[in-house]
Ligand binder design. Structure first.
Ligand code: HEC
Length: 116
């Protein structure tokens, strides 16, 4: 019994570490535009932005994007999906695992699942 408990405790430490790693990645690379809380109002968004960064807390918008859509736009940038070039490509900066983690962070902001 004690062993089972210790196993769960160890597992929860591991999952916490994964979650906080992805949150750190988000804060480092994405929050300046998309905002610490994901609402699209980061400090680098100037009045000259032709397109506002996506507000990840808007459930109805985020539910339209599949996880694969989110992955592509993160890896290849806005223009890859006919979106604004203000959304940079990250394929040379982030690992595939980091991108997966970011998809989960964004799903946490919208509290929604993607379109299949
Ligand atoms: C320099 C500012 C900037 C940074 C940094 C940035 N983004 Fe964006 N992002 C944008 C803008 C602007 C859009 C809106 C593009 C559009 O709607 O045409 C956008 C859109 C998106 C979208 C929605 C695309 C869609 O199909 O609607 C996702 C998902 C996204 N960004 C994820 C991220 C992630 C994850 C990071 C960090 C790795 C990040 N962005 C960093 C500016 C930024």
């Amino acid at each position: 019994m004690v062993r089972v408990f210790m196993l769960f405790f160890a597992l929860s430490l591991v999952t916490d570490a994964i979650a906080s790693d992805s949150e750190t990645t988000y804060k480092f690379y994405c929050a300046q535009c998309h905002g610490v809380n994901g609402d699209g109002t980061g400090p680098n968004v100037t009045a000259d932005f032709a397109t506002d960064p996506r507000n990840f807390t808007k459930k109805e918008d985020m539910a339209k994007l599949s996880d694969a859509d989110i992955r592509s736009v993160i890896l290849d940038g806005g223009p890859a999906l006919s979106k604004s070039a203000l959304m940079p490509p990250w394929s040379k900066t982030l690992t595939s695992e980091e991108v997966d983690g970011l998809v989960q962070v964004l799903r946490g902001f919208c509290n929604c699942q993607g379109a299949p």
